[in-house]
Design a protein around this ligand. Structure first.
Ligand code: SF4
Length: 363
């Protein structure tokens, strides 16, 4: 299939793998930021194609994994109101809150529905004008434009029963936090291609300058990621920090202005709590003042009990999201914690590091 097969070519993968081996003269730790990239890397066995000197670690770029317990509890609390239809994407259903997940809430009788697009939630609001439809919006810069458009669409339709509970987060602030950690071992980053398609490269150039590291923006196919790793190793070996765009078939340096404009109109940057990582300043998107009437956090009083516990004691997903540890370092991995019985959020999503290790690496 055109645009797929050429990026999954085994002979080309072996050739790039050889280039990496020749270029690499010392150990390097490289982090891919995006959960979609983590999925490809583990699904296609890319670590097995790399020399032992390359330590691949997996970053905090799975939006489901980093949505905090408090926000899941908030969504559950809103869903339990009889007038509410709560809509979200399917992979949010199994993410553990303090005492239950949204699937359990639904099983107990709450009206919780899976949607495939935020516009589906707007359609539900139009159809059920006697109910309040709340869309639980989760994602990085990639999903923000569609969510912003849905809010504008509801605004233009004059809908007064459509609301958004925003769990939107931003990649550069969390990368900055990871790279600032005293124990951080990361020396190079594989940048998130789809996020850069929207946001462009400017903020990654700043990150590269601030931390003096190479950042190589990559796509999501195995050849994309191997090529990005090859470029990253060469930049590390030549002590050349900077940003290289290896996903030029989708990413322009300036990003997508139309998408950026609608996001800037509907959302405003805000401090955001990240599961297992704590509050990161200006790392999220909340509704702007102009669209605040759509903000579920303002419309529904917060009655959920606040949990200070960010993750179960035995779970090390904070250290995994920071790139300090791997799922196989966790004593619960594959024993009490599996995709069927997740203890931490990184075991829930198809983009979660623990879930991908379980499916593709050790099982
Ligand atoms: S295997 Fe489970 S308990 Fe261990 S870090 Fe991953 S999510 Fe947490």
């Amino acid at each position: 299939m055109k645009y797929v097969d050429e990026y999954r070519d085994l002979e080309l993968a072996k050739k790039i793998s050889k280039e990496i081996e020749v270029a690499c003269t010392q150990p390097w730790t490289i982090m891919e930021v995006c959960g979609g990239q983590t999925h490809t890397i583990l699904r296609y066995g890319i670590p097995d194609l790399l020399p032992d000197a390359i330590n691949l670690v997996h970053g905090p770029g799975c939006p489901v994994c980093v949505t905090p317990v408090q926000l899941i509890d908030r969504a559950i609390s809103i869903a339990n109101r009889p007038e509410v239809i709560l809509c979200t994407f399917g992979d949010m259903f199994r993410v553990p809150g303090t005492s239950e997940d949204l699937l359990t809430t639904k099983a107990k009788g709450a009206d919780v529905r899976i949607v495939y697009s935020p516009l589906d939630a707007v359609k539900l609001a139009k159809k059920h004008q006697d109910r309040k439809v709340v869309f639980f919006a989760v994602g990085f810069e990639t999903t923000a434009p569609a969510n912003a458009m849905a809010i504008k669409h509801a605004h233009n339709m004059g809908l007064e029963n459509f609301f958004v509970l925003s769990a939107q987060v931003l990649v550069p602030p969390v990368c900055s936090m990871v790279l600032s950690e005293p124990e951080c071992k990361v020396q190079g980053l594989i940048g998130p291609g789809h996020v850069c398609t929207v946001a462009g490269l400017e903020q990654y150039e700043k990150l590269s300058r601030d931390f003096s590291i190479p950042i190589v923006v990559a796509g999501f196919e195995p050849i994309d990621l191997l090529q990005a790793l090859s470029t990253c190793v060469k930049l590390l070996e030549s002590r050349s920090p900077g940003v290289v765009n290896e996903y030029s078939r989708a990413v322009e340096n300036v990003g997508n202005h139309v998408a950026q404009d609608v996001v800037n109109e509907v959302f405003s940057p805000c401090d955001r709590e990240w599961r297992a990582l704590g509050v990161i300043p200006l790392s999220g998107l909340g509704l702007s003042e102009q669209f605040s009437s759509f903000d579920a956090e303002r419309v529904f009083p917060d009655v959920s009990p606040h949990s200070k516990q960010q993750q179960p004691r035995q779970c090390i997903s904070d250290q995994i999201l920071l790139g300090n540890k791997k799922p196989t370092d966790c004593q619960e991995f594959g024993k009490s914690c599996t995709p069927e019985t997740p203890i931490g959020a990184t075991m829930v999503s198809v983009e979660g590091t623990c879930s991908n290790y379980f499916r593709f690496k050790n099982h």
